[in-house]
Design a protein. Sequence first.
Length: 328
Amino acid sequence: MLDHTTRAAEAGPQRFRTDDLDVARERISKTFADHDVRVADGRTIAFQLDLAPAARVTLGQLGYGADVTIDGPPMQLCYHVNLPIAGCCDVRQGGVSGTTTAGLTGNAFGPDAPLTIRFAPDATQYVVKLPRELLEAHAAKLVGRPCEDPIDFALTFDTTTGAGQALVATAGFMYAELARPGGLATMPAARQEMESALMTQLLTAIPSRLSPQLAERPSNTGRSRVREVMDYLDAHPDDVACTADLAASVGISERALQAGFRDLAGMSPTAYLRGVRLDRVNLELSTRGGSVTDVAAGWGFFHPGRFAQQYRDRFGELPSDTARRAES
């Protein structure tokens, strides 16, 4: 049996290789979501998963080297997008079925329904996992109103359009740069911008109930200023500026900023910043492991019990579980 796992350096990818189906299932369950997996005719797999060290999204390349079918329960806390690099996959969710083919189509899974995906033996794809709260907050910034319901992406989408080609190119560039020593992984501000660009392109390229609103140009100046503050907090989560200072920086009142955040993100500026900092804690724990208490304190979380609950609400696991997985 081959079971080779190479842990990533801080600025490099994590590479996993195995021909053991149970090992592959455990790795995918820890990285993406719990699932059942079976192989046609009991054949041997040639599983490969390469993960790039992104901050808020999970980005990698995945293939099984065999005819494999995956069945998963609702993911609940995340969206999942697959962009084929080679071969094809059959997908199903919510009573809808489709096929993804390299160079032609990709697929998006929502958080609220069971899913099935069947890999062809030659299928390899970029896999993108996005926390639900993060993507819906980003969508709210773009459309100028809260996302009170799931985004409801189409199961499959065309990657031959201009938007589709741009999405695939961005995912490929982002993966390559995150995996390259000295690349985006070592430049937090640039990495943040690339993650935001990837989310914007996902929302633009994949048809959804938000597509008509995303096609409109935002016209509300107040909302535009609130989005400026959101972008600033995304890029500078270590900033300790008070809400009044943030409001003054874009020329609106503190009350208007508070109301704007509730309107666009469904939360206060403080709650929004806490979410961004939780993402940074998750990145450090998932790539380096280490002391949960020390990492949390480095991002301003000094109450262990409250922090653990906030972390679990956002990522679906305790911070100690994330750190333990990185160190295993």
